[in-house]
Design a protein around this ligand. Structure first.
Ligand SMILES: [Zn+2]
Length: 169
């Protein structure tokens, strides 16, 4: 089932999400819904707070569903390693229409549970490293625009407020 994606300005997007503790049918359905919603958007990552669920859970597929075996479900993820630096544009399904260059480590290793509750280690470089960090930020209530400074951030927020006032956000 497709779930509505909440946008910047929704309080839940700025809240630290709670760990997942139950791996029953409700969680399996939630994950299926998140994958379906991510692909439909279309996007390469979606975190549970973006559909109004305050849990430490995200799905990522940097191929957008084009290549099998690339779908990741990261539950209660924690960084094991972070190194290097990359500067690339990124956007967010909760801040549609806006992109900005955000500095991120070039390589990450995270430890997370998969949908069966099994611990696994995932390594990512380039876009995958960026997507993992972007989605993990969501679990702590941080959006990519929170990582911007000064003029660039102000410009995006001013445009968003204008859309909010117009009722088109
Ligand atoms: Zn996002």
């Amino acid at each position: 089932m497709l779930r509505p994606i909440v946008r910047y300005g929704t309080p839940g997007l700025n809240t630290k999400a709670a760990p997942v503790t139950e791996f029953g049918p409700a969680l399996q359905q939630l994950i299926d819904d998140m994958v379906e919603t991510m692909y439909a958007a279309p996007g390469v990552g979606l975190a549970a707070p973006q559909i109004g669920v305050s849990l430490r859970l995200s799905v990522i597929d940097i191929s957008g569903g084009k290549r099998s075996g690339e779908l990741l479900t990261l539950i209660n993820p924690e960084f094991v390693e972070r190194e290097g630096m990359q500067l690339e544009e990124e956007g967010c399904l909760s801040v549609p229409g806006f992109n900005a260059t955000v500095p991120r480590p070039a390589r990450v290793v995270v430890r997370a549970l998969n949908r069966d509750g099994v611990v696994r280690t995932v390594e990512g470089t380039g876009l995958l490293a960026r997507a993992i960090q972007h989605e993990m930020d969501h679990l702590d209530g941080t959006l990519f625009i929170d990582r911007l400074r000064g003029v660039k951030r102000d410009l995006i927020l001013r445009k968003v407020r204008k859309l909010q006032r117009a009722g088109t956000w």
